[in-house]
Design a protein around this ligand. Sequence first.
Ligand code: NAD
Length: 458
Amino acid sequence: MSKIVSINPFTEEIIKAVEETSSEQIPTIVKKAREALPAWSELGLEKRIEIIEKLVPLLEQNKEKLAKIIHDEMGKPIQKAVGEVEAASSATNFFLKTVPIALKEKVLDENEKEKNVLCYEPIGIVAAITPWNYPLELPLVSIVPALLAGNTVLFKASEHSSLVGIEFFNLLKQLEEEGLPKNVIQLVVGGKETGKEIVKQDIDLVSFTGSLRAGKQIMKDSAEKLHKIILELGGKDPAIVLKDADLEETAKGIVRGATINTGQVCCSIERIYIQKEIFEQLTKKIVEKAKAVSIDKGNDNADIGPLIREFQLKTVEDHIEDAKKKGAHILTGGKRLEGKGYFFLPTVLTNLTNDMKVMKEETFGPIIPLVSFETIEEAIEKANNTKYGLTASIWTKDKEKAKQIAKKLVVGTVVINSSGGYKIGCPWGGAKQSGIGRINYTEGIRELTNIKHLSIKK
Ligand code: NAD
């Protein structure tokens, strides 16, 4: 049996090696998921809610333990890891409340001859293939609504967050004591090859969150069986700062939006376009704030921790080196921290051109590239000049102007005077190569179902 090794990004030491699910085991796991489906889907939504709601106290009781594993394996400062467990809990509560609304049958029309009804039925077996950057919250927002909708789930955590995945799975397994039928939720441990093996099986939906590279592969592999896919992929998210923006608040918001989770967020700000008149002033403030970002060297309340692994550090270093070679100026940061751990300093860059990796490819690190623009049309053109389309932010006191700009940005979410915009109560997903489909809110829940039209002749 091969093993998946879990590493602590603060110390670079091995925490634990866990057994990988073999490719021979996967068809049996799928068979069990198929067999478990009728008992679960026919139980009815009310009963399923009664069972799944027991997850909330389990998350609460295990908050400290989960946060410590997230911190040790993924590198998030402990207070931020506690925040992730709390967010997972709120997300569960949100789905418990919203699934009945989302899945309620709708009468589309009725006359003396016929009645047409829309029904949202379980889609079948859902494979939740998930990343490491929010190693509890992101699996949870794929798995919990899929279960509530009456599906059975195969859960594969990232190979870089297997321990968090196993811990979360153990909590879900405890729901069997509350009536969750056996094999409704099953764990698959492994990396990319294991993920590929799952996608090849007779499943019904792949709910994937991860990189564009993997998303494209999953789309190709899913074509064979033509199962449905939801792809939540990467971004190269722009911020547009107009000359009337509040400089202090904008500088704070940009630095936070670019460095949160050490920049390892799909919707972190990765390109900043600043109107010429305020470029110098705002740059100065951004540099000050980037220098003040606290790094977790044993400080539970720090702003950021290390990057996940050596490979992520290498990507960030490669983007910075490439930019420097092509003429970029580094105003602060630009290098890793001496000593153990995959730490990289928050980095502000100027003098950038579009051929630089840091302006084109997802960096997924604490980088803050600043570019000036003159007209709003130019800013929109620059912001849209990417294959990605996850989110964008606009910073200005003129909300009406911001709304006009928002309409022209080809993305899934636009945020005015803040960044990210991820909210469980709002649909989430990308335009262009940032993804296919939506998660969260009622739209996201319905994606996990077979939408059936029932036509009743009278
Ligand atoms: P990744 O694509 O390397 O891996 C994600 C998951 O997919 C892992 O479990 C991995 O083992 C599996 N996997 C990889 N290749 C696969 C394949 N061909 N078939 C099946 N499974 C495969 O991504 P990552 O490094 O874990 O996460 C970072 C990426 O995720 C970034 O690009 C980030 O922007 C993106 N992300 C997107 C969102 C979103 O909501 N849009 C949220 C978080 C992260």
